[in-house]
Design a protein around this ligand. Structure first.
Ligand code: AMP
Ligand code: TRP
Length: 328
């Protein structure tokens, strides 16, 4: 039987070129190897305040973007987290097997609760819901960014604990962190990750940005005064970041790129990078606009995804109820 891979993104703002290169492209590779599940983590988004109209819009937009980027609906189960009531029920049962101390030690919780003293209890229990997403689908592998690693490790701990206390019920998930060439940095401050939440958006490329703006952002990316196109992330973070982007989108190796641009100046190189990024985004945006207006197509995919998601998690739910001794 094929191993299962599962991941989710939150529907908070348009995803970045960093998300595309670091996360979505990886899932596109996995869809040919594993049984793949990809979802929109809308319940995670409401751990902080959300405008309801914006939220709805962002959920649909992210689904359309997944598909436009190349997540194949025939090879993936694509779904919206909140459409499956079993996950939140499972989350509660897992919560009762998770310690307050474990949750209050999570780095993301500590950071976010510091920023806003009036945080909800959902911010604290967020990683348990994430564990429920993973455990309820019996996922073997969970590819995430480094910031989510601790949460997947907690999901492992919870699964192991539950298996010991009741019976071997859950698959213990493994985290996948891809480390090479995938961390895309901010174009203006290339020592910082390109992130949806960066205050200055001049260094952030979002997949639905106007293509002229995208070109400008790349042309005005921070570089250095050496004028050599060489990969050296420590001393030349700006140029190395552009090489990473170019390499990921063209599948050319870093060495080949250095050779290709040995006689080039930064202006020429940036133009080439901009061409490739604009070309990639232009294709994605074209497909995105077609898909977004095709409600019937999207509904078909999401209904199928929801049904499969519910079918798998209901089985786990029923077993858990039995093991714990709930109900009749
Ligand atoms: P985030 O948007 O930070 O919640 O991240 C969602 C997913 O996208 C994670 O799996 C990250 O690894 C990936 N990701 C986000 N930003 C970047 C980036 N700048 N470079 C590479 N991967 C990223
Ligand atoms: N918390 C993740 C993020 O913010 C999204 C997420 C929710 C997720 N549930 C998950 C990722 C389960 C992987 C597996 O990026």
């Amino acid at each position: 039987m094929k191993k299962r891979v599962l991941t989710g993104l939150q529907p908070t703002g348009v995803i970045t070129l960093g998300n595309y290169i670091g996360s979505i492209k990886q899932m596109i590779e996995y869809q040919n190897i594993y049984e793949s599940f990809i979802f929109v983590a809308d319940l995670h988004a409401i751990t902080v305040n959300q405008d309801s109209i914006e939220l709805r819009k962002n959920i649909k937009s992210l689904i359309a973007l997944y598909i436009a980027c190349g997540i194949d609906p025939e090879k993936n189960t694509i779904y919206i987290q909140s459409e499956n009531p079993y996950v939140t029920a499972i989350s509660w049962m897992l919560e009762c097997n998770t310690y307050y101390g474990e949750l209050s030690r999570m780095t993301q919780f500590k950071d976010k609760s510091k920023k806003n003293a009036n945080f909800t209890s959902g911010l604290l229990t967020y990683p348990v819901l994430m564990a429920a997403d993973i455990i309820s689908m019996n996922a073997d592998y969970v590819p995430v960014g480094i910031d989510q690693k601790q949460h997947v490790e907690l999901a492992r701990d919870i699964a192991i604990r539950f298996n010991k206390k009741y019976k071997e019920l859950f698959i213990v998930p493994e985290v996948i962190i891809k480390t090479t060439g995938t961390k895309i940095t901010d174009l203006q401050t290339p020592d910082k990750k390109m992130s949806k939440s960066n205050e200055n958006q001049k260094g952030v490329i979002r997949l639905l940005d106007d293509l002229n703006v995208v070109r400008k952002k790349i042309m005005s990316a921070t570089t250095d005064s050496e004028m050599k196109i060489i990969y050296d992330p420590v001393n030349k973070p700006g140029i190395s970041n552009l090489i990473n982007i170019y390499s990921s989108l063209t599948n050319k190796s870093i060495e080949d790129i250095e050779k290709e641009f040995i006689d080039s100046n930064y202006g020429n190189f940036k133009t080439k990078v901009a061409d490739v990024v604009v070309d990639t985004l232009s294709n994605i945006q074209k497909r995105y606009n077609e898909i977004l207006n095709d409600d019937e197509y999207l509904d078909r995919i999401l209904d199928k995804g929801r049904d499969k998601n519910i079918e798998i998690s209901k089985k786990i739910y029923d077993k858990m109820i039995d093991c714990i001794g709930l109900g009749r």
